[in-house]
Design a binder for this molecule. Sequence first.
Ligand code: ZN
Length: 301
Amino acid sequence: MPYDHRNTARRTLALALAATGCCAVLAGCGASSEAAPPATDKAGTTQGESGTQSRPPFASGSASAPAPASTPAPRGSRSLAGRTIVIDPGHNSGNFSHTSEINQTVNIGTNRKECDTTGTSTNAGYTEASFTFDVSHRLRDLLTARGAKVVLTHDGERPWGPCIDERARIGNAAHADAVVSVHADGSAVGHRGFHVILPAKVRAGAADTSEIVAPSRTLGERIVNTFARATGTSPANYIGSGTGLDVRDDLGGLNLSTVPKVFVECGNMRDPKDAQLLTSPTWRQKAAQGLADGIATYLKG
Ligand code: ZN
């Protein structure tokens, strides 16, 4: 989880400034590499407000009527040859034992923020960091099979981090055609489904997202469709008004990116039903497939 969920379903873009919901940044959520102070909503819960319990209808299928299998992307073909894709596994299992390091702040353009966060976990203790690593590896394998050059922002070689500003710089330095930061959220029970976080237009200090707002939205929209198809799950019922999309200006990993980038909150680790999916290797493979299909669709233009 990358965020701080304090969003309200109808939060507008402008309000996105203060909001956020992904574990990527959330305190409670444990996730995020970008922790924000835990928000308390009117229901007294942190992260996420009490959203509706019903799942919003989705274009290509709802939980009760999942769309057909994933889009038959050109597997086997080297359709992504010549493309560079950076995968950012949210958090790091080592962060739990390096709290002083990850609590140091870094400049994200608009302000300073913690270097990284521990991320969230299921009630049974399956950590978001374990989840993001697993899905990222599956995604890497799918993309490389299609001929892409894949760069991971970290792959077990670091005791903690990297910090959110460095995560962004890795994508920039690779001149990535697309960057996907993998997360899972840590919201309230009953909050279900996935959402994609898009960069808001930000120009402050070292942050200037003006060139990536539009392509990142296109990337995010492609992923929403393919992720729903591949996993049979619906866009979040607690953020994004059923669109599966959220926009934030408080994530350093997005603010500092100069290449198209999104965060994907694959589900809510704190909801028992979502947790059942997130802890399933079979489902995680579907999640990786959905991400790979979305990236491939985006890159095909
Ligand atoms: Zn996270």
